[in-house]
Design a binder for this molecule. Sequence first.
Ligand code: FE
Ligand code: FE
Ligand code: ZN
Length: 281
Amino acid sequence: MFIGSHLSISRGYEQAGKEALRIGANTFQYFTRNPRGGRARKLDQTDMDKLRALMEENRFGPLLGHAPYTLNPASDKETVRAFAEIAMREDLARMDLLPGNYYNFHPGSHVGQGVEKGLDYIIGLLNLVLPAVQGTKVLLETMAGKGTEIGGNFEEIAAILQQVNQPEKMGVCLDTCHIHEAGYDIVKDLDGVLDAFDRIIGLDKLFAIHLNDSKNPKGAKKDRHEKIGEGTLGLSTIEKIINHEKMQSLPFYLETPNEPEGYAEEIALLRGLRNTLQTDK
Ligand code: FE
Ligand code: FE
Ligand code: ZN
């Protein structure tokens, strides 16, 4: 089982890899730069190579680089869209120095311009940046549908994937808290939701899972993550998710409100819930 949590790379890539091992993880998610915007840390290829060696030695699953929250390709402001393009180009060029990993971003918020306009901007940006991408999968995150967020339903995600010029370079990261708050009933009908995902987007496009419980009821569209087993999804739903035949081989990334020690406990808990028929734990 590939499981990890969100970790900081502020002390370097290799350190983050060591921290992952310390908390029982075999992958992790990190912000490619300050989540509220700004610059990426100084490029250090040696540090990246050390992480690559650590990952090989410990059979890590793919890492997930998360774009900053301020990246909004669907904005009505030219400057905001320009930042999205620059940041995404830089992030992807850097991620390609450690190939085989995933880059996740929030599709964006249309801020009142309407979904169609927002989708056009997102597709336009992807068509600009994708040609240079070599070894990184670019993932769209499923969103809770808060405010004017795009990606709060499977149709909007599918619309992007169907209209980009290089869909083979893209995929989807499914956030369990987000889809629940978007209104998908994964508590009572996980199979039905996955069938809908398959019909609308295609399960072959699903590459990663953000594994979070939720503070809110289904359809709340607020996007508040909760610790595993302490929220409205509950432990039995989480257990079904990690053992589901359509998801069990994917990497799971925790974004629950925790410090590293809390993540270590959740990872141990989840490994314990992993179906005994699976030998990998
Ligand atoms: Fe996210
Ligand atoms: Fe997420
Ligand atoms: Zn969230």
